[in-house]
Write a protein that binds this ligand. Structure first.
Ligand code: F6R
Length: 572
């Protein structure tokens, strides 16, 4: 959801910005832009679409860049960041939303605005303050007037680079006398693994070789942390797309998710057992992991519920301080989730991937899924790793951590085989789907969340309309959409008999059935085969990730960058 990058240091900034933007493009690809402090003035370049459309002609030792996922203002060059003040002496790149931008625009009436964005008020406002005050004071006052969420990096013609944040992620990479400012660690990992995660309402000023961080007018010390992801993990490693690489990493990432520190799992399991009720929440793919997590915990006698975070907000007032919220999120930056958590005052246990993320820093306890960077916009390896950690937790609640570990490791061992066994069938199914403009997914109990996740993957990547239903619900209305040749995917995971009956109800009305499970039935046109396993839901989703990927490719889409979407949804 918009990526920002800044560099000020000893090397040419244009290369750092160009490389950094490529690593951030998964956060938005509506437009891109860069600004370089090319002494004596700031030079700005913008382009619609991909970061590849920028030519990076200017040289300098400081620069900023932006890749946009549009919120305010259409997708065009004028709305691309960086935005500047009227004289072009300040340039900023922003991720987030300035809620009071209309009010501020009015107040700044005499200034010349060139875009429809909320962001453009920032350089104008800062410029106004700077005409009367020193930079640090001007920044403090600017922040106090901005309402909403923001992560901003900027350049001042006098030579400084600035950074500030509230409710949007921002991290500073430190390499001796050079500094990076970025939405996440990815763009600077090749240069340094030392990072400072700015706290809410921190603002930073970088002058030659020196970084100073402030909060509420006072200089503060923020710890430098070492990130144990290596830059290689953020490369495609010979795969055509990140998504394909991430799908094929799963035999490894499921194992890494299993290897939680025993004391961490025990502590988390104690939090669950001590809670009156447990609520799990997340968005999109992570919400389906949360729903499955609630089912795992219920099977161990825990009173557990799940709700998607944007709806969770509305039930938050019923949550007691003796309850527990389990927050599931790959990025740990999803605004809907973070906002929902602010409405509760009970402990939070988070299950996340990104070390140092806002979620991790604001939780009472964090279990990392250890999946390594997930760059494909569609979540794949994070989902199976989230399920692994949640399942392990349910084993821990039953006092069976070792049993859980061996069982999940056995599952990881079977993933490779599931991918290989189904390769040819998936090829055929993806060809078949090219002729279709809608399809349905059904399943019962755990199969219900698999149906939802499989439908989400297919629609977000192939743009084929795909809907998921609990198998039993189909006949209560949606069955009327079934006509000759409509594909219905059925997960034969839990309650096989009734799952099959629900599928046959559609088949009798002309649907073509694609089954997934242990045994092929005559009514299935195609069949995805998985072996018997205690954690079969982790195995069953993987072929559907491949199906979505293959169908997307055959339709000429870019599976790493589905239209209208971006990774890390940092706006509500
Ligand atoms: C779908 C997908 C999204 C994310 C959702 C939550 O493939 O990736 O639905 O799962 O936006 O993101 P995180 O897990 O970062 O909170």
């Amino acid at each position: 959801m918009c990526g920002i990058i800044g560099y000020k240091g000893e090397e040419n900034a244009k290369e750092k910005i160009a490389e950094g933007l490529k690593k951030l493009e998964y956060r938005g690809y509506d437009s891109a832009g860069a600004a370089i402090l090319a002494n004596p003035s700031i030079k700005v370049e913008k382009a619609e679409g991909s970061v590849e459309n920028l030519s990076h002609n200017f040289n300098g030792k400081a620069g900023i860049g932006h890749t946009r996922w549009a919120t305010h203002g259409g997708v065009n060059k004028a709305n691309a960041h960086p935005h500047t003040d009227t004289e072009g002496k300040i340039a900023v790149a922003h991720n987030g939303i300035i809620e009071n931008h209309s009010e501020l625009r009015e107040k700044l009436g005499e200034e010349k605005f060139e875009s429809e964005t909320d962001t453009e008020v920032i350089p104008h406002l800062l410029k106004k303050k700077l005409s009367e005050k020193k930079l640090e004071k001007a920044l403090k006052e600017t922040l106090s007037e901005l309402k909403g969420s923001y992560a901003v990096t900027g350049l001042i013609e006098s030579g400084e680079m600035i950074a500030f944040r509230k409710d949007s992620p921002l991290v500073i990479g430190v390499k001796e006398n050079s500094f990076f400012v970025a939405s996440d660690v990815m763009p600077f990992l090749e240069d340094t693994n030392k990072a400072i995660f700015l706290k809410d309402e921190d603002y930073a000023v970088i002058r030659d070789g020196e970084l100073k961080i402030f909060n509420s007018g006072k200089q503060v010390n923020r710890q430098i942390e070492e990130i144990d992801w290596d830059a290689g993990q953020a490369c495609k490693n010979g795969f055509e797309h990140f998504m394909k690489k991430e799908i094929h990493e799963q035999p490894e990432t499921v194992k890494r998710a299993v290897f939680q520190d025993r004391s961490d799992i025990e502590e988390a399991s104690k939090m669950i057992k001590d809670a009156k009720k447990v609520y799990l929440t997340g968005c999109g793919t992570a919400s389906y992991a949360a729903m499955l997590g609630a089912k795992y915990l219920r099977s161990q006698g825990i009173e557990a519920y799940a709700e998607q975070s944007h709806e969770f907000e509305y039930m938050a007032s019923h949550i007691d301080k003796d309850d527990l919220v389990i927050a599931v999120s790959q990025s740990g930056e999803t605004a809907d989730l973070l906002s929902a958590l602010k409405k509760t005052d009970c402990p939070v246990l988070s299950v996340t991937n990104v070390v140092g993320s806002t979620l991790a820093r604001n939780s009472d306890k964090t279990l990392y899924i250890n999946a390594g960077p997930e760059i494909g916009v569609a979540s794949t390896k994070a989902f199976t790793a989230q399920l692994t950690v949640l399942k392990l937790l349910s084993y821990a609640v039953a006092g069976e951590i070792s049993k859980g570990r061996s069982s999940l490791l056995e599952t990881a061992e079977k993933l490779e085989e599931v991918i290989k066994t189904n390769e040819r069938e998936l090829e055929k199914i993806s060809d078949y789907l090219l002729e279709k403009d809608q399809c349905f997914f059904i399943g019962r109990n755990k199969g219900r969340e698999l149906a939802s996740e499989a439908a989400l993957k297919l629609k977000e990547l192939s743009y084929i309309h795909a809907e998921a239903f609990p198998g039993g619900e189909f006949k209560h209305g949606t069955l009327s959409l079934i006509e000759e040749g409509v594909p219905v995917f059925v997960f034969m995971l839990d309650d096989e008999t009734n799952s099959l009956s629900n599928a046959v109800e559609a088949y009798s009305r002309g649907a073509e059935l694609i089954g997934c499970g242990l045994t092929r039935q005559d009514v299935f046109k195609y069949f995805i085969q998985v072996p018997e396993d205690d954690n079969r839901e982790i195995l069953e989703i993987v072929p559907f990730q491949i199906l979505a990927y293959e169908t997307s490719l055959k339709k000429g889409n870019n599976p790493d960058k589905p239209r209208n979407l971006a990774k890390s949804v940092t706006v509500k």
